[in-house]
Design a protein around this ligand. Structure first.
Ligand SMILES: [Mn+2]
Length: 143
């Protein structure tokens, strides 16, 4: 099982490769706001754990295991963003909130969040009903 920090790296590397076709140490460092030497260290660990293959001058590629995990991590992040958006969390909080919770939910909980997002998306009226409750609560707070 990857640690939260390993998950952040695998997630970023997967997204970089999806976007640009490659993931350089410098790009990963920038995306995660960490020092390149930390990236090198982590990439070596991820290589040892068979999530990727790292060759100093040739860059890195994800193994099938790394791709599978990366895909799930990106899905999890996007799903949690969808959830927070649906429940009406301010857009400016969404990214950081997801970064704060994503590593701490079981895959079982993620699957159930998936059901909940689907529940709202299948019928616009359900979102409207939630918004009505939120409006009522806000009005109660200000009176
Ligand atoms: Mn994330």
């Amino acid at each position: 099982m990857p640690t939260p920090s390993m998950e952040d790296y695998i997630e970023q590397i997967y997204m970089l490769i999806e976007d640009k076709g490659y993931a350089r140490v410098s790009d990963i460092a920038e995306a995660l706001a960490v020092h390149p030497s930390s990236v090198t260290k982590m990439v070596q660990k991820l290589d040892k754990d068979e999530y990727l293959i790292y060759e100093k001058y040739r860059g890195l590629i994800l193994t099938p295991k790394g791709k599978k995990v990366g895909k799930r991590l990106v899905y999890r992040h996007e799903l949690l963003e969808q959830l927070l958006r649906i429940i009406g969390v301010d857009e400016s909080n969404i990214y950081e909130d997801v970064e704060g919770i994503e590593h701490h939910l079981s895959w079982n909980a993620i699957d159930r969040v998936g059901d909940l997002v689907q529940f709202f998306e299948e019928d616009e009226k359900r979102i409207e009903a939630l918004r009505a409750i939120q409006k009522r609560n806000e009005e109660e707070q200000t009176t």
